[in-house]
Design a protein around this ligand. Sequence first.
Ligand SMILES: NC(=O)C1=CN([C@@H]2O[C@H](COP(=O)(O)OP(=O)(O)OC[C@H]3O[C@@H](n4cnc5c(N)ncnc54)[C@H](OP(=O)(O)O)[C@@H]3O)[C@@H](O)[C@H]2O)C=CC1
Ligand SMILES: CC(=O)N[C@@H](CCC(=O)OP(=O)(O)O)C(=O)O
Length: 316
Amino acid sequence: MAKGKVPTIFIDGEAGTTGLGIRQRLEAMPEVALRSIDPAHRKEPEAKRALMAEVDLVVLCLPDAASKESAAMAASLGADAPKLLDASTAHRVDPAWVYGVPELAPEQGQAIAGAPRVANPGCYPTGGILLLRPLVEAGLLPADYPITVNAVSGYSGGGKSMIEAYEGDGHPAYELYGLGLEHKHVPELQTYSKLSRRPIFVPSVGNFRQGMLVSVPLHLDLLHGSPTPFSLEQALSTYYANSDWVKVVPAGVDGKLEPEALNGTNVLELRVFGNASRGQAVLVARLDNLGKGASGAAVQNIGLMLGLQDAARAAA
Ligand SMILES: NC(=O)C1=CN([C@@H]2O[C@H](COP(=O)(O)OP(=O)(O)OC[C@H]3O[C@@H](n4cnc5c(N)ncnc54)[C@H](OP(=O)(O)O)[C@@H]3O)[C@@H](O)[C@H]2O)C=CC1
Ligand SMILES: CC(=O)N[C@@H](CCC(=O)OP(=O)(O)O)C(=O)O
């Protein structure tokens, strides 16, 4: 039962990159009403707490530490506590939160719909998990396979500070990072892909605003049943046959892929490039880091959490 005539939503962090993207999408959804704090007071705990008690759902679009504070504040409201959707990394492998990837498994959409607390996924893990999990579930990819996930993101993935750096002076054209092998996305990537061996994750950022490619090279003789690139593609196609947003696409013959084609959409494409005679394949996911990688995924989850899937599908 909504607290008002229509479900109300407060985006804590609506001035940031992800918050703004969610706000723009929800403004096209008359089935929900947005509530805000006067910008001069948007970081004040008392102002937040008062608004949280009035709304049905709070979306946290904050750095991790601030997300944890806001989540604790919402929980302290007891019977008045709103549902929470957290876009940060803070709760993604916390068992008290449901992981917000509806395509993860057949029951995941229902789990999100019934959950008081949902963790929106990371942009890179969304691509990696949706490539790997079906192959592990099908028994093709051993859980202890030594996986490496390579990825490139547009600079908006680093939020306001990275956008300012890249749109100002003195940024590199391209750089690898996370080379200390402790990137914040590794735990969710491993957990929800069902890998028993910690994957190596090599992210990079390029001098383009948004768009993302996530790729995973595989030696096919180390997989179970010696699958071909085509049989891996078929396994993915079967897994996502009923998905609105995840599309398995033939790899094509030119062996190339660029990262920006899905910008402004909530679509995620999966491809299996391969060379059967060499026994090698490269799985690739393409998505908009600000769409299916952040704000589009959040609107999909909001639709499930508020029972407004059709409206959210049009807005995501
Ligand atoms: N960018 C992306 O591609 C993705 C980001 N995310 C996640 O979303 C979260 C937000 O990231 P992003 O939008 O990129 O970051 P931004 O830096 O663009 O935005 C963060 C916003 O939070 C505000 N803020 C910080 N502390 C508080 C507080 N205590 N109360 C209220 N507002 C606060 C900041 O205020 P101020 O304007 O004053 O700095 C800023 O507007 C992160 O946890 C990130 O991991 C998730 C998926 C993808
Ligand atoms: C290019 C860049 O810096 N990307 C960010 C990932 C995006 C992010 O922080 O948000 P999510 O965790 O919710 O995906 C990073 O590697 O920290």
